[in-house]
Write a protein that binds this ligand. Structure first.
Ligand code: ASP
Ligand code: MG
Length: 420
């Protein structure tokens, strides 16, 4: 069987996590295996902060933040190996490279973002690869930048499927055929000129799906620190239940509405090739995985709740009480698109258009300055977007008790409430 495994950063925050990854790989030694990994722990967030400090010229805090990141990685190396100069040297080289890049930032903020943030996955694969060699696992690391070929839409690059499939066949097939497993970075790729690109935050799941699709794999497993797919976020609600089976369609809906368990782009390539996706507990291997497949029979049996915090509701009104017509909408959508703001919910009335999106004050400011000449705009910050699939009226009333509702949208299967 050909299997793609994805391990996220939260599972690999220390040496024990990495040892466990290795033991899971060992247990699947009879399969053709492609292992996709994220950056260790919260590295991507740390790199985002490092980039911001560098842009702001905040040198003291910057060097402290880089030191912290180094320390975190070297601490894991020290815990994994009794003595591994080669790995330490290579990791030092990579950090030197990062520091050099921080001194020569590209004027394009999106190019720069991808260049800097993609280091996280390079650090993690370097360490994992060294460890797998050290314990004699037959592993070959393949640089994702050489196989995941994208356009130059930095920070959320689109896949060039034809070129990616060609590279996968050329570079991954021979390794698998030789009886080795493949280790590669999630989340990153490169554009046709070889610049690093990223696929959007939490994009490693998507990488796993891309590779599975290109390889016609038999299955994908996303290893998680939860028991499987849940009908709500267990960090938020007490009485969550595990979903044993949902359809691709249901999973796409959940990911779209913000269920953080799978990256939204992950499902579609798998659905097209009918490749099942397992979401499986990393902590307790005895728990049966949740399966996402074409089987729709369970979809409407259990309600599911997704909550997104930190929402902004922007109300855009025409200045002269004229209708918000198609040309206005085009202008509004263009503004959202040019600032790369993803819309979570929208509602249209005669003279007003309301849009809900994740709070980001820099982007909000840029958007307001684009719109304020032609529209009056008002906004509320700090709202919560609650989405329920296959809801019951009782569930809704439980959720809205004592809350002020700013916006409500209801279809037969889904209700969305923007509340405070
Ligand atoms: N490391 C990246 C992130 O934190 C990608 C991922 O984790 O999937 O967004
Ligand atoms: Mg992650």
């Amino acid at each position: 069987m050909t299997k793609v495994f994805k391990f996220g950063g939260a599972l690999m925050k220390d040496a024990d996590g990495i040892r466990k990854v290795a033991s899971i790989i060992k247990a699947n030694a009879n399969d053709q295996l492609i292992v996709v990994v994220s950056a260790l722990g919260k590295t991507t967030n740390q790199l985002e902060r490092i980039l911001q400090l560098s842009i702001n010229g905040n040198h003291n805090e910057l060097s402290e933040a880089v030191e912290n990141l180094k320390e975190k990685h070297f601490k894991i190396v020290d815990a994994l190996f009794t003595d591994h100069l080669h790995c330490r040297n290579k990791l030092s080289d990579l950090f030197n490279n990062l520091e050099m890049q921080l001194k020569n930032l590209d004027p394009d903020k999106y190019v720069t973002y991808d260049r800097i943030v993609s280091f996280g996955e390079k650090f993690s694969t370097l360490i994992l690869n060294a460890y797998f060699e050290y314990i004699n696992l037959p592993c070959q690391a393949i640089d994702a930048c050489n196989i995941i070929i994208t356009d130059d839409n930095y920070t959320s690059a689109k896949i060039n499927w034809q070129q990616t499939t060609e590279q996968v066949n050329k570079k991954i097939h021979p390794v698998l055929a030789a009886g080795q497993f493949v280790l590669t970075e999630g989340f990153i790729g490169s554009d046709p000129s070889g610049n690093p690109t990223t696929l959007g935050r939490e994009g490693s799941d998507f990488t796993a799906a891309i590779l599975a699709s290109a390889l016609d794999a038999d299955e994908v497993t996303i290893w998680k620190n939860v028991p499987g797919l849940m009908n709500a976020d267990p960090n938020r609600f007490k009485d969550c239940i595990k979903l044993d089976q949902i359809s691709y369609h249901e999973a796409i809906e959940l990911a779209f509405y913000g269920a953080s368990v799978i990256h939204p782009k992950t499902i579609q390539p798998l659905q097209q090739k009918n490749i099942p996706l397992f979401v499986r507990s990393f902590d307790d291997l005895s728990i049966k995985a949740s399966v996402i497949s074409k089987d729709t029979s369970m979809d409407d049996k259990q309600p599911k709740v997704i909550v997104k915090d930190k929402q902004i509701l922007l109300s855009i009104n025409s200045r002269d009480l004229s209708f918000i017509a198609e040309d206005h909408l085009m202008q509004i959508f263009n503004a959202f698109s040019s600032h790369k703001i993803h819309i979570n919910l929208m509602q249209h009335s005669a003279v007003s258009f309301s849009v809900c999106f994740d709070s980001n004050l820099n982007k909000l400011e840029a958007l307001l300055s684009d719109l304020k000449n032609d529209f009056t705009v008002k906004y509320n910050d700090g709202l919560q977007l609650i989405t329920m699939r296959h809801y019951t009226e009782e569930l809704i009333s439980n959720f809205v008790k004592g809350k002020k509702i700013f916006l409500e949208q209801k279809s037969r299967s889904t209700v969305q409430l923007l509340v405070q």
